[in-house]
Write a protein that binds this ligand. Structure first.
Ligand SMILES: [Zn+2]
Length: 233
């Protein structure tokens, strides 16, 4: 088995997008079993590929992933106007008696969206570290034997340890992205473990990770668990 990595793919949305009759957006699916992203056909600029490659090389020196991740660099903006997205798709695992014991990832991806104005290279570095942080949450669930890859128990524990309110255990929507514990987790990983764009702390009203007692130790233990786990791709 080769060491899992992050593979980078330019995404030419106008060429590979699917156009339904009556639609003004191009849809694209990472895989036939995955959800679809809808793209605005308005001209946009992708992140610089060389910058993305450097950012990926850097984060891989800080943490080995447990599975391969496909990272797409799109040349159009997704209609939700997000900067990036991540997801993992999985099959169920069963024991000999047919009881469901956990999930095993089959596909994992990161999407970096194009923007109408060329995005600054720092944004690419930030996003690579942040989106990798979302996968780290799911990988840690796997490494620690959680029943589901996207189990919120880990984020619940993390929020409590970090002194965040229980209401922070959500996945971010309009106007409350900044206080989502899952988003804070991803940015903590970016800063504490990857040392990437540390100046940028987009979680307004939430203490920076360097100021939280015990956070360094929590992440040291998390990285040790990840490094001790058996890769699954
Ligand atoms: Zn995020």
């Amino acid at each position: 088995m080769t060491e899992p990595t992050i593979r980078i793919w330019p995404l030419d949305v106008m060429s590979v997008g699917h156009w339904r009759f009556g639609s003004t957006t191009a849809s694209w699916a990472y895989h036939r079993y995955s959800g679809q992203a809808e793209f605005d056909p308005f001209p946009a600029y992708p992140h610089n590929l060389a910058t993305v490659e450097q950012a990926v090389s850097h984060v891989l020196t800080r943490q080995r992933p447990l599975w391969d991740i496909d990272l797409y660099v799109a040349d159009r903006e997704e209609i939700g106007r997000t900067n990036g997205q991540s997801s993992v798709y999985y099959d169920y695992e069963y024991d000999d008696e047919g009881h469901r014991t956990g999930d095993r990832q089959v596909l994992a991806y990161i999407l970096l969206c194009g923007k109408r104005i060329p995005p600054h290279p720092a944004m690419a570095r930030y996003l690579v570290g942040h989106e990798f942080g979302h996968h780290i949450e799911w990988m840690l669930n796997r490494a620690r034997g959680a029943r589901h890859l996207q189990d919120d128990d880990l984020i619940r524990e993390y929020a409590a340890m970090r002194g965040l309110p229980s209401a922070s255990v959500h996945h971010g929507a309009g106007g409350n992205w900044h206080d989502s514990a899952a988003e804070i987790f991803a940015c903590d990983f970016r800063i504490l473990c990857c040392d990437v764009e540390t100046e940028f702390w987009p979680h307004i009203g939430v203490p920076r990770p360097e100021t939280v007692d015990g956070l360094d130790d929590w992440w040291s233990a998390a990285q040790a668990d990840l490094n001790a786990a058996v890769p699954t791709s």
